[in-house]
Design a protein around this ligand. Structure first.
Ligand code: KG4
Ligand code: ZN
Length: 337
């Protein structure tokens, strides 16, 4: 079964052809990062406009690189959310239009679930019950996975997503967007014990994450007590490196400790990691367990359409979505345990 995947939840326009949920024939990603860099983050209206420009050429390229044409496509899978509404609408309208024009079914796919599927398809590994960890610019989720399509929420963030915290701390240090890779680089030469930063604890629900207090601690450390984001940054190069390393240590420790504890508590047979922050090598070094840990391979960690097409194959089961389906900026996937 040939599935065309389409992904436009945030700032990448992506299309991909995947056969039988696993065989990636093309994985085209047009990034808008350079455009959003000048604003220090994703500017939703501009993102939507960029998607409009890119969507048809990107789909065209995905078909060409897969050496196929639309006649061979059996299903269109599109990310239905969570994400930004303008960008989502562009992908959705493209998917519905092509589904009508080519007379093939279309199906909406949850973007967060697809990030977990990316790790499964990367290794063709389907080991359950497992633990899922999604860590990206928009999401922080710890879930039990019983099968593809069957999940139970363990914990999520009560404020900032982990990638968002990396991006905001990077901005405080005067580094460009997206900040995660910049922080990782700077941290390599810093002392992670220099500043006593800690991620928050959510007393009412200890499996949840909180990163906004950590971000504020960094703000006060670099701009003085009650300092303002716009105040000048008076740090030496070494102090910046120490701040980056100490912040990264605090943020990653929260993720690693909770993940290992959850794997133990829920008797997980494997851990699947998804989302952009999974690229962080310090995290990969710190997160070690005596069960397999599946990380997404290159091209499948950041936002992409191969994970959407791959999961679309499993989600379809002969039942397409109606054209009345609309994208959702915050769609619920994981019901609380
Ligand atoms: O999965 P993704 O492309 O988008 C969302 O679905 O949000 O993830 C992007 C996020 C950004 O916040 C970026 O700073 C972060 O992933 N990121 C990293 C690293 N590479 C990307 N964070 C920490 N370390 C990295 N090496
Ligand atoms: Zn994502």
């Amino acid at each position: 079964m040939h599935v065309l995947g389409i992904e436009t939840t945030c700032d990448e326009t992506a299309a991909s052809v995947v056969v039988d949920g696993i065989d990636i024939r093309s994985n085209v990603i047009a990034s808008q990062v350079e455009i959003h860099q000048q604003y220090g983050g994703v500017y939703p209206e501009i993102a939507a406009r960029e998607h409009v420009e890119a969507i048809i050429p990107v789909i065209d390229r995905a078909l060409k690189e897969a050496s196929t044409s639309f006649e061979a496509i059996d299903l269109i899978a599109v990310a239905k959310g969570p994400g930004l509404i303008g960008p989502l609408l562009v992908g959705f309208n493209a998917a519905k239009t092509l589904s009508l024009a080519w007379n093939i079914p279309f199906i909406g796919i949850n973007h967060v679930e697809a990030h977990l599927y990316a790790a499964m398809m990367s290794h063709q590994a389907f080991v359950f019950p497992a633990l899922g960890l999604v860590i990206s610019g928009g999401h922080t989720f710890l879930v039990e996975i019983f099968d593809v399509g069957s999940y139970s929420l363990i914990g999520t963030t009560v404020d900032d997503a982990i990638g968002e915290a990396f991006d905001k701390v990077a901005a405080l240090l005067g580094l460009p967007y997206p900040g995660g890779p910049q922080i990782e680089l700077l941290a390599q030469e810093g002392d992670p014990r220099k500043y006593p930063f800690k991620a928050g604890v959510v007393k009412s629900h200890p499996w949840d994450f909180s990163f906004s207090g950590l971000k504020t601690s960094v703000l006060y450390a670099v701009k003085g007590q009650n300092g303002n984001k716009k105040d000048p940054l008076l740090l030496s190069d070494q102090e910046k490196k120490d701040v980056a390393a100490s912040f990264q240590e605090a943020a990653l420790s929260a993720i690693v400790n909770k993940t290992l504890k959850a794997a133990n508590t829920y008797h997980s047979q494997a851990i699947y990691v998804g989302g952009g922050v999974s690229n962080n090598l310090k995290l990969q070094e710190k997160l070690q367990a005596d069960i397999p840990i599946y990380w997404p391979t290159k091209g499948l960690s950041l936002d992409n359409a191969a994970m959407i097409a791959g999961l679309g194959y499993h989600a379809f089961q002969g039942k397409s979505d109606p054209y009345t389906l609309e994208p959702e900026t915050r769609c619920q996937l994981f019901s609380p345990a």
